[in-house]
Design a binder for this molecule. Structure first.
Ligand code: PEP
Ligand code: MG
Length: 324
């Protein structure tokens, strides 16, 4: 069976009725590059840049960051690599920069933190943009966007940084800029936010947490944390509709992308780009190659009429059993 999955490496993730899905990988470690390439990732959909920061014992310098980013970009070049700017706070703490808060998930995290510490952000952007000079496959991704003005400010900072590097004689190009949709305000404001970005990536872990007001890491409420809660289907459908109307590419990079039950529904909804951990790629590719898009659509319509994630999961596991 493992061998069969290995054979899948060079086959496209395409449904039986010809719908092509792009399978990218989530990473943050140089050690993931080999498994990512081995499992046939078509690029990196989410590079969690906080991971190298967590492995250092002080803020890495521009040159230290440059060296790491350059290796990731060149390992995948010419395939695209979405590098997310620092997303610390919440559950992600740096050993050398403690943030103490009563409600860390509602606090100083992601883009909020970096816009309050612009020298950190500019250093990181300089390292990423410089690392892209010989590769040209960088895409920037903004975490935890909850306000329109965060996008405006971020875009300004990127443009200023590009100008600064150009004036230093560095041959930088402007990379596509994407936003994570992982906070409910971003779902509701999406039509107005889309004009500032070139693509959107759904962070289904945080989106579930914030839509349901359920801590993604608290075992006492873990039964309530389910990506297949009916409200997620409603939110995802809205995100698909808004991005389609504005013709902005959409991907999803949370854990949902490695859950077969969820993937069938995402496929039915129209998602065509998923980013997941490298070791889950063969399983999800096999699933996509086993189904018809039209069947996934029919399942989605059934799921949309159910009252709870329990009922939705029961429907999906029946279907997955049928597929073997
Ligand atoms: C998410 O929130 O779904 C996501 C992909 O980002 P992270 O898990 O790093 O918060
Ligand atoms: Mg997140």
């Amino acid at each position: 069976f493992i061998d069969q999955l290995a054979c899948l490496r060079d086959l496209p993730a395409e449904t039986r009725d010809g719908v092509r899905v792009q399978l990218l990988t989530n990473t943050g470690l140089l050690a993931d590059v080999t498994p990512g390439r081995k499992h046939g990732a078509e690029g990196v959909g989410l590079y969690r840049s906080e991971i190298p920061f967590m492995l250092h014992d002080s803020f890495p310098t521009e040159d230290e960051q440059y060296e790491i980013y350059r290796q990731v970009l060149s390992a995948y070049s010419p395939l695209p690599v979405s590098m997310r700017t620092l997303d610390i706070g919440g559950d992600k703490q740096l050993p050398y920069f403690e943030i103490r808060e009563d409600n860390p998930f509602l606090g100083w995290r992601g883009i909020r933190f970096t816009l309050d510490n612009t020298s950190l952000l500019v250093t990181q952007l300089r390292a990423m943009l410089r690392a892209n000079v010989d590769n040209d496959n960088l895409r920037l991704l903004i975490p935890m966007v909850s306000r329109i003005d965060e996008l405006q400010t971020f875009v300004h900072i990127v443009d200023d940084t590009l100008e600064e590097l150009q004036s230093e004689g560095v041959a930088v190009v402007r990379p596509p800029i994407g936003m994570m949709v992982e906070v409910p305000s971003a779902v509701l404001l999406l039509p107005r936010m889309l004009k500032y970005v070139d693509y959107v990536s759904i962070g289904s872990n945080d989106l579930t947490q914030y839509l349901l007001a359920v801590d993604r890491n608290n075992p006492k409420v873990s039964a309530l944390f389910d990506n297949l809660n009916p409200v997620m289907l409603v939110a995802l459908e809205q995100i698909v509709a808004h991005t389609r109307a504005a013709n902005v590419p959409l991907a999803l990079c949370g854990e949902m992308a490695s859950d077969p039950a969820a993937v069938l529904l995402l496929l039915g909804m129209g998602l065509r780009s998923l980013s997941l951990s490298a070791h889950s790629i063969p399983k999800i590719k096999w699933l996509i190659r086993s189904v018809n898009f039209t069947d996934a659509q029919a399942l989605l319509h059934k799921a949309q009429n159910l009252a709870s994630e329990v009922e939705i999961r029961a429907l999906m596991s029946e279907e997955l059993k049928r597929l073997g």
